[in-house]
Design a protein around this ligand. Structure first.
Ligand SMILES: [Zn+2]
Length: 355
């Protein structure tokens, strides 16, 4: 098989089995290709070192990277037309101390739009979130570790309300992870001076109904987000924090006042993507097991801090710990419920707790 043929074949195979990333990794004297399926890496194929290098070069060429540059990390994007269907791909390279280059290819799967109710452990929290997204102005924040499906949730939430009533949606991200033709998607490019702040500023001038923001990570963006939420936009954004209450503290840290939060914050969602317990696999469901289909081997556990609860806390001067103790619903309590119902394994119950 020609290199080009093999490279395309690997993408087709990967997509067939629901792979999110292909890892092309150098080993002693060959290259191994791994597929990441449902969060787990599994070995797919190995090729001689020379062929591995050629496959990487082919993809670098395809995604407009500098093919001659082998030391500096690079990233790029491309589309591959396979059986008349465009598959969007993101590429990144990095080189180890032995000067061997490795590559990761992310396959952006726009085919799998599963409703939020189908991909969660408990429906009640999803219904709360869907209600919060019906406001036409205010701020709805998502938090959770990397890979917890925040972007997927935010997109699906807005997509669902878009389908009910057409609206203009702008996204500001770094980088765009999911391609969605219904939204106007913009991407931060620090090198070119295009920051979250500048993109958000121009987005607001477009007067969209909804703005999705990849991450609020500096004071300027936080300030602009509040302004947007106060002037009749629904802003859905993610903030890095360890739980729902932590999000409030983080926003205060970024210079947002308590009064502004009271006026704008609709709710805070914290989420983690957790493998389902499979009775056949006696634990996490193996990619090859037919009990759950590929996209349903994991589900999201959501914790929601509602507007009412938020207002209560914001009018008092409690510490984060005191607030956390007063909550009748928290991520860890919901996790315990999922374990008690037999939805998740004991191992994951322990591993996914918030310390
Ligand atoms: Zn299984």
């Amino acid at each position: 098989m020609e290199i080009e043929e093999f490279a395309q074949y690997s993408i087709v195979k990967a997509q067939e089995v629901g792979t999110s990333d292909i890892h092309i990794l150098p080993e002693e004297n060959h290259y191994s290709l791994y597929f990441r399926i449902g969060g787990k890496m599994s070995f797919w194929n190995s090729v001689p070192e020379e062929n591995g290098k050629r496959v990487i070069s082919y993809f670098k060429y395809l995604s407009n990277m500098d093919v001659g540059e082998r030391r500096k990390p690079q990233s790029g994007a491309s589309q591959l037309l396979i059986n008349g269907k465009a598959i969007a791909l993101r590429f990144s390279t990095i080189t180890n101390f032995r000067a061997q280059e490795s590559m990761v290819i992310r396959i952006l799967n726009s085919a799998a739009h599963l409703s939020l109710l189908k991909t969660t452990y408990f429906k009640k929290e999803v219904q709360m979130i869907e209600q919060l997204a019906q406001f036409n102005s205010g701020l709805l924040i998502f938090s959770g570790p990397v890979g917890s499906g925040k972007t997927t949730t935010m997109y699906q939430l807005v997509r669902e309300s878009y389908l009910v009533s057409k609206q203009q949606v702008i996204t500001v991200e770094d980088p765009v992870e999911i391609e969605e033709p219904l939204f106007l998607q913009t991407q931060v490019n620090e090198k070119a001076g295009i920051t979250y702040e500048t993109l958000l500023k121009s987005s607001l001038r477009h007067h969209p109904d909804t703005i999705i923001i990849g991450e609020i990570r500096d004071e300027e963006t936080a300030k602009m987000v509040i302004r947007g939420a106060l002037t009749g936009h629904l802003i859905i954004a993610s903030v890095h924090a360890k739980n729902t209450v932590g999000v409030v503290s983080r926003l205060l840290e970024l210079g947002v006042t308590q009064e502004q939060l009271k006026q704008t914050l609709l709710g805070v969602v914290f989420q983690k993507l957790i493998p389902k317990y499979c009775p056949f696999c006696k634990g996490d469901c193996d990619p090859a097991c037919a009990h759950n289909n590929l996209y349903e081997k994991r589900a999201i556990l959501y914790d929601v801090l509602s507007r009412k609860e938020l207002k209560q806390f914001l009018s008092q001067t409690h510490s984060e710990e005191e607030i956390q103790e007063k909550l009748t619903r928290s991520f860890n309590l919901l996790l315990r419920k999922a374990y008690a119902y037999g939805y998740i394994s004991e191992k994951n119950y322990i591993q996914f707790q918030i310390p």
